[in-house]
Design a protein around this ligand. Structure first.
Ligand code: ADP
Length: 162
């Protein structure tokens, strides 16, 4: 059953990994349209540009017809209003995520009270998958191919060759 409402799933996705894709798949069943918002931040700490992060996520979810991937700047609740979304989707892993998402939800509600946050838990095998750890292990030559889409694995390898 579909609730006929839109939701955004915001994040930096540097890069997208299977935990993010798992959340996107689960949320795509709940909402009429899921708009993945890739945070457009020109940070030196990121491995990939905004365009690269958007394109990698697009390719990873191209089998999901009601999912769109776009860049966004600024506050997530403002982005939600801009694309006519009533909900913000976030993913939960075991450990720290709950406290962080709890605080963030209340800050967002302080800005846009009618907006609500839906937290979803990824599958057990992705509970300890973090983009930062994927990058760290890949840089040290470790194989993380079971945790990331194929296109992301190729992109990381190409980036590290340079
Ligand atoms: P990461 O934490 O991997 O660097 P982001 O900060 O871009 O990724 O995360 C965007 C959203 O996806 C956040 O709500 C985060 O909690 C969620 N998320 C990230 N990784 C996972 C995972 N393995 N399982 C479930 N949710 C996740």
């Amino acid at each position: 059953m579909c609730l006929m409402v839109n939701a955004i799933y915001p994040g930096s996705f540097d890069p997208v990994h299977n935990g993010h894709v798992d959340i996107a798949k689960r949320a795509s069943v709940l909402f009429e349209k899921l708009i993945i918002g890739v945070y457009d931040v020109p940070s030196k700490e990121l491995m990939f540009t905004t365009t690269e992060r958007v394109n990698m996520f697009k390719e990873a979810v191209n089998s999901l017809p009601n999912v769109e991937v776009v860049p966004f700047e600024g506050l997530a609740p403002t982005f939600a209003q801009l694309v006519d979304a009533d909900f913000i989707v976030r993913g939960l892993r075991a450990g720290y995520d709950f406290e962080y998402e709890f605080e963030m939800t209340h800050m967002w509600r302080n800005l846009v009270p009618e907006l609500d946050v839906v937290c979803m838990m990824s599958a057990l095998e992705y509970q300890f998958v973090y983009a930062s750890r994927i990058k760290e292990v890949a840089k040290l030559g470790g194989n993380v191919d079971n945790l990331i889409p194929k296109n992301v694995s190729n992109a990381i390898k190409a980036k590290l060759k340079r």
